[in-house]
Design a protein around this ligand. Structure first.
Ligand code: NAG
Ligand code: NAG
Ligand code: NAG
Length: 306
């Protein structure tokens, strides 16, 4: 019996492959869902959020995020790729330059003779990459690194660090369309473009959320426009902003004061530099109530937007 278990242990240890470690870092200024081979690994916080995965050394896969329209299925998304059988690693860039920058660096291995290079893919500058995942891999040649965009680090048993947005910035930021709900707890009421009429001057109102494009906005924390997603129309406070002035959409213009908002950390949407806040008129949630600007006041529930 003892002999048998020793034998079994030996047999198991023979079949166990070395483990390769993957540190995955979200250095983008936004939290991101990480995907590995189409499977969500959960959300990583912005600016340094990390997760670690260990896979057998012959594991192959693609690691990417959902930022900037990153697609869980993969296409059109910057990805870090690994082909374990041959110790290869590579980058697949987004051919449309929308998705994020990525870097792959072997852990604890200095570059030498073309092996173990750190591979970097930047927005609009990512020559050392594929535009779609390779389907065939040349066999490794002894002592010679593979031709770009493949890379190899034959002794990288310890693994790799994959960093998204290595510079800490997200170039070409594409915000996700958001619904904007009034007050603290009104997930069923949305900021809405009346009748979804995309024209200068259409009033902006409160309406039951119904998933319509009239209710999808692109907005960032801090300095921001409030753009009707996928259109050239922005939330506009008019040329004489003040208390009680009704909101509308207007063609978006760069640096137009009427369209420059500041989305505060306490969820107010303030007209930049004017002391005026986007305000739910009279606190009324009835469909069709046009929203307005009003002097920003602390703890005013009519000026809270989620
Ligand atoms: C890795 O190697 C193990 C053991 O030889 C094998 O069972 C497994 O199928 C291999 N995995 C891949 C992805 O090649
Ligand atoms: C959705 O809301 C809009 C208001 O923007 C309204 O015009 C439209 O009829 C609503 N659609 C449905 C299906 O309720
Ligand atoms: C917002 O814009 C103003 C005016 O352009 C600028 O002074 C300020 O630094 C900006 N704030 C942030 C957080 O970018």
């Amino acid at each position: 019996m003892k002999f048998f278990s020793v034998f079994l242990a030996l047999a198991i240890s023979r079949s166990v492959l070395a483990v390769r470690h993957y540190d995955i870092v979200n250095n983008c200024p936004f939290s991101a869902t990480i995907y590995i081979n189409g499977q969500s690994q959960g959300s990583l916080p912005a600016l340094g959020g990390k997760l670690a995965r260990d896979y057998p050394e012959n594991w192959s896969g693609l690691i990417y995020t959902d930022l900037n329209q990153g697609n869980p299925e993969g296409p059109g998304t910057a990805r870090a790729g690994f082909y374990g059988q041959s110790n290869y690693y590579y980058i697949v860039r987004d051919p449309n330059w929308i998705n994020v920058d990525v870097n792959i660096t072997p852990i604890n291995r200095a570059p030498k003779g073309g092996f173990c290079l750190s591979v970097d893919c930047k927005y609009n500058s990512c020559p050392d990459s594929y535009t779609s995942p390779p389907t065939a891999f040349p066999p490794p040649a002894s002592g010679v690194p593979p031709a770009s965009p493949l890379h190899s680090c034959p002794q990288a048993e310890t693994g790799y660090t994959v960093t998204f947005c290595p510079t800490g910035e997200l170039p070409n930021y594409q915000s996700r369309p958001n619904f904007i709900n009034p007050g603290e707890n009104n997930p069923n009421k949305c900021l809405d473009v009346r009748g979804n009429v995309q024209a200068n001057g259409t009033p902006v109102q409160i309406y039951d959320c119904n998933g319509s494009g009239a209710q999808r906005w692109s907005i960032l924390r801090g300095n921001t426009t409030v753009r009707l997603s996928g259109t050239d129309f922005c939330l506009d406070a008019g040329s004489t902003p003040g208390n009680g002035i009704g909101m509308k959409i207007w063609k978006c213009y760069d640096n137009l004061p009427a369209q420059q908002w500041y989305y505060t950390d306490d969820n107010r949407i303030a007209l930049a530099g004017k002391g005026l806040c986007l305000d739910l008129t009279n606190g009324v949630l009835i469909n069709g109530n046009k929203v307005q600007t009003w002097q920003c006041t602390d703890n005013n529930p009519n000026q809270v937007w989620h």
